[in-house]
Design a protein around this ligand. Structure first.
Ligand code: APR
Length: 233
C-alpha cells in the first residue's frame, strides 16, 4: 500500500519543453479541446485528432526528463512499494527518469487503442484511424488517451491508495480537471498530510495543509531531499 501518493500534472514537464494546457500560450489557448480531445471531436474529424496527437507524440519523443522527474525516481528507489505516482500527463518522462510505479490516468501518447475491441499496443510515430488493429484487424485505431467525457483509467486503484496514504503531494497541476482535482480532499479525509508543489496558486490550493510555490525543477528535488532525510535514507 503506498504511503506517499503523488499526483503530477503538465507543470512537472514544463521545464522539459512540453507545453502546459492553461498557462499563457498553453495547448488549450492554441487548440479547441472540443475538436481534438473529445469522442465527439474524434468522430467528426479523426484525421484532425490524429494530427494533433501525432504532433504531441513527436514533441514528447524529443523531450527529456528534468530534475523534478529524476527526484521522484530517486524517491521511488528509496521508498519502493510505499510510493505511487498518479499522473495526468500523457508523456513518458516519469518512466524515462526511472520511475516504474506510475499510473497514467489520462492515458499515454506512446500507446494506441482499438476503438472496436479495446486492445492497446505501442503507438507508431504517426497514427491513423485505418491502421488495422493487431488483435481484431478492425481499421479503428485511436490514441490511447482519455478524452473529456471519458472515464479516467485506474480509478479503483487510485481511490484505494488515497484511502491508505500518509502523504499526498500534488505537483504541477492547476486543479481544474476532476476527478484529479478532488484527490486532495480524499487524501485529507483519509488523514494524510497534503502538500502542493506548484509554480503558483491552483484552483484547489486552499485544500492543502502545506503549499510551496516555485519551479518544479527547484522545489521538487528540495522536497525529495528533505523527505529522504526525514525517513532516514
Ligand atoms: N513548475 C511547476 N509548476 C508549473 C510550472 C513549472 N515550471 N509551469 C507551470 N506550472 C503549473 C501552472 O502554474 C499550472 O498550475 O502547472 C499547472 C499546469 O496546469 P494545466 O496547464 O491546467 O495542466 P494540468 O493541471 O496538468 O491539466 C490537467 O487537463 O487538459 C486536461 O488531460 C489534460 O491532463 C490534463 C488536465
Amino acid at each position: 500500500m503506498a504511503r506517499i501518493v503523488i499526483l503530477t500534472g503538465a507543470g512537472i514537464s514544463a521545464e522539459s519543453g512540453l507545453g502546459t494546457f492553461r498557462d499563457k500560450g498553453g495547448v488549450w489557448t492554441q487548440y479547441d479541446l472540443a475538436e481534438v480531445a473529445t469522442p465527439e471531436g474524434f468522430a467528426a474529424d479523426p484525421a484532425k485528432v490524429h494530427n494533433f496527437y501525432n504532433m504531441r507524440r513527436a514533441n514528447a519523443a524529443q523531450a527529456v526528463p528534468n530534475a523534478a522527474h529524476h527526484a521522484l525516481a530517486r524517491l521511488e528507489a528509496a521508498m519502493g512499494d510505499d510510493l505511487r505516482i498518479v499522473t495526468q500527463n500523457v508523456d513518458g518522462l516519469h518512466e524515462a527518469a526511472g520511475s516504474t510505479r506510475v499510473w497514467h490516468m489520462h492515458g499515454r501518447l506512446n500507446r494506441a487503442r482499438c476503438a472496436a475491441c479495446g486492445a492497446t499496443w505501442d503507438a507508431p510515430a504517426v497514427m491513423a484511424t485505418d491502421d488495422p488493429c493487431p488483435t481484431c484487424a478492425a481499421p479503428a485505431t485511436r490514441p490511447d488517451i482519455v478524452w473529456f467525457g471519458e472515464m479516467p483509467m485506474y480509478m479503483d486503484q487510485i481511490w484505494d491508495v488515497l484511502r491508505g496514504a500518509e502523504l499526498f503531494v500534488s505537483i504541477g497541476t492547476s486543479g481544474q480537471v476532476y476527478p484529479a482535482a478532488a484527490f486532495v480532499q480524499d487524501a485529507d479525509r483519509a488523514g494524510a498530510h497534503t502538500l502542493e508543489l506548484n509554480l503558483e496558486a491552483s484552483a484547489v490550493t486552499s485544500d492543502f495543509a502545506e503549499v510551496r510555490q516555485g519551479a518544479a525543477t527547484e522545489i521538487v528535488p528540495a522536497w525529495v531531499d528533505e523527505e529522504l532525510v526525514r525517513r532516514g535514507f
